[in-house]
Design a protein around this ligand. Structure first.
Ligand code: NAD
Length: 338
């Protein structure tokens, strides 16, 4: 029998997660929620996802707009084995008691604190920690990006210390609010929360992070300096990263020099919504000197966490013991396989 999945909050992450779940053969989407009638609510129905109103009071709004709902969030929860909560940051915490009361498992997103579940998830780095768990948080897009490259490097070569500077996008493309139009704003409280967030997955890693918010909507870029535990060569780290799941080596020499060009590449690849779920590392931007390594990576904030949610379901619902097998299965079903 397939695992029955509900998605609470059919927004940027929710609609992508619902699509990715619907492509797997061991799980199915039993419904998604919206708070208001909107194009996204209509699209949910067009995509074949039963639509539920987040609150009972919202049902009449959908009725007035001529959008058919299949009930409320409570009705959806009663049909689920697990809920992916993709409501805005901080809202998931309000819903946890409801999930608990209904005895349904739930996955929260990076906008919630680690303490909401006590377990944070990244498929390649700590899949087994979520085995059979009731509540787990899939970490943010930036933390996911850092774990995707740092974990394989640590495993293969060993990492003494990391200093990462994050150049963050100011808003998502569809957002009405975000960063200032013509300013770069540094995060003044240092180190930023990103390093400790990586440590919720890799507690042994010494990592410090800084961040600036910039007026772009496309992607984040990380500038990463790593002290390795031993001397290495560029070919060796390239070999490690080229074999790492959901890491794509790109090249300036090949015409991919900017985040805009990565997004163009994603559209040319025919990716749904023009998404790039892989973390993109510039192979001609890697420098290794002795035991010091420097590299740049780009993170598509709207989509990199999506396959992680699918693997998290497999771990929490005990569907697959081997993380690499789960990752391969997820990626094959959504066209992400290397
Ligand atoms: P979003 O605003 O695009 O979508 C949130 C959805 O939840 C919307 O459909 C909204 O209508 C709905 N919603 C709002 N209040 C609700 C409520 N009370 N009950 C039910 N639904 C409600 O947000 P998002 O960008 O998809 O972010 C969702 C989560 O994912 C957050 O924790 C965020 O931090 C995290 N995340 C976001 C990104 C990103 O860059 N967008 C990346 C990684 C993780």
């Amino acid at each position: 029998m397939k695992i029955r999945v509900g998605v609470n909050g059919f927004g940027t992450i929710g609609k992508r997660a619902a699509w990715a779940v619907s492509k797997q053969d061991d799980m199915e989407v039993v419904g998604v929620t919206k708070t208001r009638p909107s194009f996204e609510a209509r699209n949910a129905i067009k995509e074949g996802f039963p639509l539920f109103a987040a609150c009972a009071e919202d049902v009449t709004e959908f009725d007035k707009a001529g959008i058919k709902t299949s009930g409320t969030l409570d009705d959806l929860i009663s049909k689920c084995d697990i809920v992916i909560d993709t409501t805005p940051g901080g809202v998931g915490a309000d819903y946890k008691p409801k999930y608990e009361k209904a005895g349904v498992k739930a996955i929260f997103q990076g906008g919630e604190d680690h303490s909401i579940a006590g377990i944070s998830f990244n498929a390649i780095a700590n899949y087994h920690e979520s085995w059979g768990a009731s509540f787990v948080r899939v970490v943010s897009c930036n933390t996911t990006g850092l774990c995707r490259t740092l974990y394989p490097l640590d495993k293969a070569i060993g990492i003494q210390r990391v200093i990462a500077s994050l150049v963050r996008r100011g808003a998502d493309p569809g957002d009405k609010k975000g960063s200032m139009l013509n300013s770069i704003e540094p995060a003044l409280k240092l180190p930023t929360h990103h390093g400790p967030d990586v440590q919720t997955i890799m507690p042994w890693l010494k990592i410090q992070t800084m961040a600036v918010v910039t007026p772009t909507t496309l992607m984040h870029v990380h500038c990463i300096a790593v002290d390795l535990k031993r001397e290495a060569k560029e070919d060796e780290v390239l070999g490690v990263l080229s074999k790492s799941p959901r890491v794509r080596l790109i090249s300036g020499k090949d015409g991919v020099r900017s985040t805009g060009q990565i997004m163009e590449l994603a559209r040319d690849m025919g990716n749904l919504r023009g998404d790039m779920m892989d973390i993109c590392v510039w192979k001609d931007g890697i420098k290794v000197t002795g035991n010091q390594m420097f590299y740049y990576q780009a993170i598509h904030q709207e989509s990199d966490v999506v396959p992680e949610n699918v693997d998290c379901i497999r771990a929490m619902c005990k569907l697959e013991q081997d993380p690499l097998k789960s990752i391969a299965k997820t990626d094959k079903a959504i066209g992400l396989a290397k």
